[in-house]
Design a protein around this ligand. Structure first.
Ligand SMILES: Nc1nc2c(ncn2[C@@H]2O[C@H](COP(=O)(O)OP(=O)(O)OP(=O)(O)O)[C@@H](O)[C@H]2O)c(=O)[nH]1
Ligand SMILES: [Mg+2]
Length: 426
């Protein structure tokens, strides 16, 4: 018996080579695809080829005795096959296919097993994908309801997402069924996100409060309200000496407006034109004035040139001056954020929310302030001077959120209001 290893460009060619050498006395053990020829160790110009391994026996092989799992030997060996070869030419490609299909049942078995594994992996993948998407799309009813309410109240997408993520993190699937508990918790989180302005306990006199902000938000009206509650007094508080100062004396009607408030309340009003004027006026009335309330010209947040000029003028108020940004609660979220940013150079201490009476939605205000880390000091909720002004409280914002069943006693207990600090107008 002689083992052989033959190579050729095609299977047929290789078989022919073997046949030429051994006639019909050979048995094929294996074959494989190889690279033939080329230069640099076959790196370049090598061709695809076939290698067949087997052995040739010294005796003539009987038909059908091929090793390696070939059941019959029509191609090779045996006098019968030899005679058949003459009467019926062999189709080598066809035989090769058969050979590949039938050779090595373990390989075939492995490929079937492999295919099964593959199919199972694919099924599993599909199942996981389906489950994942169902987890994402099928929100718990409580989460969907809270999301709707946040949406309804104009909370910013980032703010809402934060709340929803927190619900998912802090509530188990079972506890989500208890809507009221989740709702109360969400209200609490919203309350915690509101930053209240803390006034300095001891103010250097005169205290100087300056209101800046966009046009028509209620700056002059708010100045008049503040002048009244401090200058006329409220709930047992003694009135203090108040002066209103305006830099908005040239616009038609502006001077008359503040003059009217001044004369009704019998409080003095000053008009200033520029930086020097401001310095002079403050110096002139510092002695004997407890509170100076400075009204400014409404500015579009886009008017950066005029904003810059106004800032220069207000620098004359000195560093002790407290600047407040007045914005209307009716302003849409994106504008609110823009205004809050554009007035940043004024270094305002806190925000006054005006016209709270004109909207039922406060999510825009709460999320804009929270997203940008600003505190809120006062809220105004009507045109009446001085009645419609309050120090901002968390409860006041929370009861304004539409869609939640607010347990007032509960949120008042959670966010107590310092009654002594409140403005109680008689
Ligand atoms: N509903 C409501 N209206 C208000 C409130 N505050 C002010 N207003 C009204 O808003 C309008 C504008 O108020 P002003 O005080 O003149 O506003 P301003 O910011 O000084 O306006 P400019 O000086 O033109 O920039 C007036 O009709 C006020 O009565 C409020 O809290 N609620
Ligand atoms: Mg005004």
């Amino acid at each position: 018996m002689e083992y052989f290893e033959e190579q050729a460009l095609t299977y047929t060619e290789c078989l022919n080579k073997i046949r030429t050498k051994y006639g019909d006395r050979f048995t094929i053990l294996s074959h494989r695809n190889i690279r033939i020829g080329g230069i640099f160790n076959g790196l370049f110009f090598a061709k695809d080829g076939v290698e067949i391994r087997g052995y040739a026996s010294n005796n003539v092989i009987k038909s059908g005795t091929f090793q390696g799992g070939i059941p019959s030997a029509p191609i090779l060996g045996g006098p019968e096959s030899g005679s058949r070869k003459q009467s019926q030419p062999l189709d080598f490609e066809e035989e090769k296919k058969k050979f590949l299909q039938e050779v090595s049942p373990s390989v075939k078995g492995e490929s079937i097993a492999l295919q099964q594994v593959l199919k199972e992996v694919q099924d599993l993948k599909r199942e996981i994908a389906a489950n994942t998407s169902s987890v994402q799309t099928e929100k718990h009813a409580t989460i969907s309801r809270i999301e709707e309410i946040l949406d309804l109240n104009d909370f910013s997408p980032a703010y809402s997402q934060n709340i929803l993520d927190r619900i998912k993190k802090e509530f188990s699937l079972d506890s989500l069924d208890d809507y009221n508990t989740v709702q109360d918790k969400v209200l609490e989180w919203i309350g915690e996100s509101i930053i209240l302005y803390k006034e300095e306990k001891f103010q250097r006199l005169p205290r100087i409060m300056v209101l800046v902000g966009p046009t028509g938000v209620g700056k002059t009206t708010t100045i008049a309200k503040l002048a009244a509650i401090y200058g006329i007094g409220n709930s047992g508080r003694r009135p203090i000496s108040v002066r209103m100062i305006t830099i908005d004396a040239f616009r038609i009607g502006a001077k008359e407006q503040i003059n009217a408030y001044g004369s009704i309340m019998a409080l003095p009003v000053s008009y200033v034109e520029d930086y020097d004027d401001m310095k002079k006026t403050i110096a002139q009335y510092s002695e004997g004035t407890d509170l100076m309330l400075i009204d400014t010209i409404g500015k579009s947040p886009r008017d950066s040139v005029n904003l810059g000029q106004m800032k220069q003028l207000l620098d004359a108020c000195g560093t002790q001056a407290e600047l407040y940004l007045a914005v209307a609660a009716t302003t849409k979220l994106s504008d609110l954020k823009e205004i809050i940013r554009q007035f940043e150079p004024f270094n305002y201490r806190s925000v006054i929310i005006t016209k709270l009476d004109e909207t039922i939605r406060v999510g825009n205000v709460i999320s804009a302030l929270s997203d940008l880390g600003k505190s809120v000091s006062y809220i105004t909720d009507g045109q009446k001077v001085p009645a419609n002004i309050q120090k901002a409280t968390i409860v006041r914002f929370l009861i304004n959120i539409e869609g939640f069943q607010v347990n007032r006693a509960k949120i008042e207990a959670r966010f107590p209001t310092d009654e002594a600090e409140q403005i109680q107008w008689r």
